[in-house]
Design a protein around this ligand. Structure first.
Ligand SMILES: Nc1ncnc2c1ncn2[C@@H]1O[C@H](COP(=O)(O)OP(=O)(O)OP(=O)(O)O)[C@@H](O)[C@H]1O
Length: 487
């Protein structure tokens, strides 16, 4: 009963909220109905407070509309991750209860000969875990599967990670994990496009954990390395020490888990390692370039586990964050980058932080070679090809086509005089995008939208900015369009 009530409620929230909000705040909640109270368990107080503040009203409204007078009270609490999640199944709205999960665990573990299950306890760690007493492998021959070195890059820290709206949530979750490994969010799953700072955050967490507890066993690796180690272990008959190594860490940081796609055998082993660590409250942090449920070729069980803790996105940075990143990186390189030049570069290059860094490196190299000052003209010259490539990509025409397609209207509607809301709002969005993503002036943009005055464009830009703050639908639309146009 609790399950279906909560899953209906969650399904409705899923329809109403932008995917990122739903995945971040609602999906991790675990429901339990006791008497007439629906307990919603969140991974930590941060989530409890956030959900209370932002979504509790909506949740109560849904429950009342579904159950009328019978609607239960709602109580948000911090709860253990072993509780049944409301949203584990692939469609995001089904519910499993704890028993089903236990059965599922042991069934899958048995099928693959998992040793924890062989001890008859796939879920309760006590008995099975004793088989794998943590052990440090010292023999150099064992090196490929010895995790003695953390592999952490000391230069990637929270301190030099520039925070902005696009990465705020991921940054907050990451620092919580660094402060409370194994306790805050487990696993923490960070996803987002290439070059947006996932690896940087991952290392920051590892470095943060070590700063608090220098003897913690923290290990960073790309998913590829897990596969290589396993191949090596199988070849050299060292599968036990492979397991011991991976299962003895305090925190396992795995980058690019999309690499596991279509590697069923490795996924199986990873699945068991992953469960093992979670059961022992050992922290797991994962990254991927897409939302976990959308990784093709990865087993549903594994994807479902990925979502047990907290899943957060890193979005492409907005203009102010891009400017701040450039200024920060220039400072680190002891280069004086005038603000208007940082702004110019950030406005022209939008796709990701790696590209921004590359551009900055090129500017610095040119300065070193020529001894000239960094001015906008200098940068225009140094980055001519990059800027041209970006401009070719984003034209007003292209923006109009993309926006029209997105809102299912005609391009001619955008340039027409029609003022109905279904057309007027997309037109304003398109104008704001043209202002943000191209270097055209307000009058030029006005011209391209059916000969409108530049003040109309200015008004559209202000209106959209205001709506982005207040209306999550427009915010989501704008982000989606921006992302589509910027890559
Ligand atoms: N918010 C940020 N502040 C400072 N530097 C950043 C930020 N985001 C990204 N970077 C820098 O951008 C570069 C690329 O970031 P990173 O390698 O972490 O991206 P990624 O998301 O892991 O990409 P990929 O998916 O391609 O591996 C790094 O040098 C990183 O330091």
């Amino acid at each position: 009963m609790s399950n279906s009530l909560w899953s209906d409620c969650a399904a409705r929230l899923q329809n109403e909220l932008p995917a990122q909000q739903f995945n971040t705040w609602i999906r991790p909640l675990q429901a339990d109905l006791e008497q007439n109270t629906l307990f919603l368990y969140a991974p930590n107080t941060y989530v409890v407070e956030w959900v209370k503040d932002k979504y509790l009203k909506q949740i109560i409204t849904f429950l009342r509309s579904a159950s009328g007078e019978q609607a239960p009270n709602v109580e948000l609490r911090v709860g253990g991750s072993r509780k049944p999640t409301g949203l584990d199944a692939t469609n995001g709205a089904a519910v499993t209860n704890g028993k089903e999960r236990e059965q599922e665990n042991s069934a899958s573990a048995e099928a693959t000969g998992n040793s924890a299950a062989a001890n008859g306890n796939a879920n309760g760690a006590n008995t099975g875990r004793q088989q794998y007493t943590p052990q440090v492998l010292t023999n150099p021959v064992d090196r490929p599967i010895s995790l003695q070195h953390s592999n952490l890059q000391p230069t990637y820290t929270f301190d030099n990670f520039v925070e902005g709206r696009s990465n705020q949530l991921a940054r907050a979750a990451a620092s919580q994990v660094a402060e409370n490994p194994g306790k805050a969010y487990n696993p923490l799953f960070i996803y987002g496009g290439t070059g947006l700072g996932k690896t940087h955050l991952l290392h920051s967490i590892g470095n943060g954990i070590l700063a608090n507890k220098p003897d913690a066993k923290v290990f960073y690796l790309r998913a590829e390395r897990f596969v290589q180690d396993m191949v090596y272990a199988m070849k050299h008959n060292k599968i036990d020490s492979f397991k011991e190594s991976y299962r003895s860490v305090d925190a396992l940081l795995i980058d690019d888990v999309q690499f596991f796609a279509k590697k069923d055998h490795f996924q199986d082993e990873f699945f068991h390692t992953f469960n093992w660590l979670l059961e022992g409250n050992q922290q797991v942090i994962l990254t991927s370039d897409v939302y976990p449920k959308e990784i093709e070729g990865v087993d549903e069980r594994l994807k479902s586990r990925f979502g047990w803790g907290l899943t957060v996105a890193i979005e492409p940075p907005e203009l102010p964050t891009r400017v701040a990143i450039l200024e920060r990186k220039a400072e680190e390189r002891k280069t004086k980058l005038p603000h208007e030049v940082a702004f110019f570069i950030a406005k022209r290059l939008r796709s990701n932080v790696r590209e921004l860094e590359g551009a900055l490196n090129r500017v610095i190299a040119n300065v070193t070679l020529t001894g000239r000052d960094i001015t906008i003209d200098f940068v225009k010259e140094a980055l001519r090809d990059l800027i041209a490539a970006q401009e070719r990509l984003v034209t007003i025409d292209n923006i109009q086509r993309t926006v029209a397609e997105y809102y299912n209207i005609k391009v001619s509607d955008l340039t027409s005089k029609r003022r109905t809301r279904s057309v007027a709002r997309p037109r304003q969005v398109a104008m704001a995008l043209a202002k943000e993503l191209t270097s055209h002036s307000l009058p030029e943009i006005g011209d391209a939208f059916g000969g409108r005055d530049h003040t109309t464009v200015l008004h559209a830009c202000r209106k959209v900015k205001e709506l982005i703050e207040s209306d999550h639908e427009i915010q989501e639309d704008y982000r989606n369009l921006n992302r589509t146009l910027s890559v």
